[in-house]
Design a binder for this molecule. Structure first.
Ligand code: AVJ
Length: 325
């Protein structure tokens, strides 16, 4: 067998330093907030996989159904030589794009870019076994920082950013990321983004407050990540999971709220942190979009909306864009 998997890790050096810095500034800011990308250690990635199978968490299933229906058409339209995927996680949904790309004969390479090393390794191994001759070049890193490390394409490139993960970024950060992507795209390259859509509060809130409590465990996992990486002694079970829809900001917010008074030590930061009962810090935003709000954001960074794919209930959407000419 020829070697078709290569994985470059760009995370080790700066990663711990930026996590430490984000926790320090995040716990010192008002409101307190830590970026959601740090959820995804091995356990966090596993918990997120469980979330995607929960009855209340519709985005993964609905996006899959849209991809199953439109994947072949998207590939035919773009005719990519490679797919670069930002934040693939398990990359299970990507099959709906990879299969038609490989079958078209034009596509030869898949480049998963994820902060989770285990996610990149596992999806690379699975896909290499599944698609004979597909070259896989994984990058372990933060796509907000390592965009320029993506190797040059052998032809037309389709950049996929699925799952609604772009909603983890606030509008300025989205504009920065989209602008960075736009500037990397050649005239024939395309960007495919999955976004959760604005809908009624009850359905949104149920998706982030599942009855089985998996999302609560996922949320509290951030405390484990802080303890493990920064030599801290926060008690995860002393925090309550809070998730609600902030309608004026069009986003789900997740918070961790102290149930009791707590004094903790973060050794790596030489920092003492105190919590009064009810004190909270934000762990995630998950922004929801309409076609109008999203297309305005695309145009603002020189991306032209080319196609819009949604499900019959308009719960979730995939949008295809390319550099404006
Ligand atoms: C992976 C960022 C798309 O925002 O819905 C799921 C993460 N958080 N449940 C989302 C998540 C809580 C998810 N994304």
């Amino acid at each position: 067998m020829t070697e078709t998997i290569r994985i470059d890790v760009h995370l080790h050096e700066g990663a711990l330093a930026s996590f430490a810095e984000d926790v320090r500034s995040g716990l010192g800011s008002d409101p307190k907030a830590i970026p959601p990308k740090y959820f995804y250690d091995a356990r966090g990635s596993e918990l997120f996989e469980q979330i995607t199978t929960l009855p209340e968490y519709y985005p993964t299933r609905v996006e899959q159904s849209i991809l199953d229906a439109a994947g072949a058409e998207i590939i035919e339209r773009v005719q990519p030589a490679e797919i670069v995927e930002l934040g693939p996680g398990s990359a299970r949904k990507t099959d709906a794009l990879l299969r038609p790309m490989v079958e078209s004969g034009a596509g030869t390479r898949y480049v998963p870019v994820d902060v989770s090393e285990t996610a990149v390794e596992q999806c690379a191994r699975r896909l290499a076994a599944q698609y004979d001759g597909l070259e896989i070049h994984g990058l372990v890193g933060d796509f907000e920082l390592h965009m320029d490390r993506i190797p040059p394409a052998p032809g037309r490139r389709l950049v996929a950013f699925l799952g609604g993960t772009i909603g983890n970024l606030d509008e300025p950060d989205r504009a920065r990321l989209l602008k960075a992507l736009q500037s990397e795209l050649g005239t024939e390259d395309r960007l495919l983004v999955g976004t959760d859509l604005v809908k009624d509060r009850a359905q949104l809130e149920a998706a982030y407050n599942d009855a089985a409590g998996v999302t609560a465990e996922f949320n509290r996992n951030l405390v484990h990540v802080i303890n493990a990486n920064l030599d801290a002694d926060l008690d995860p079970d002393a925090f309550e999971h809070v998730a609600f829809y902030n309608e004026s900001e069009r986003r789900i917010e997740m918070w961790l709220r102290a149930r009791e008074e707590m004094n903790a030590r973060i050794d790596a930061l030489e920092m003492d942190v105190g919590f009064e009962p009810g004190d909270e810090f934000r762990t995630e935003i998950s922004c929801k979009f309409t076609r109008e709000t999203l297309e305005r954001e695309y145009r603002a960074v020189g991306l032209e909306p080319l196609a819009w794919y949604t499900d019959p209930d308009e719960l979730f959407a995939l949008s295809l864009t390319g550099p404006a000419t």
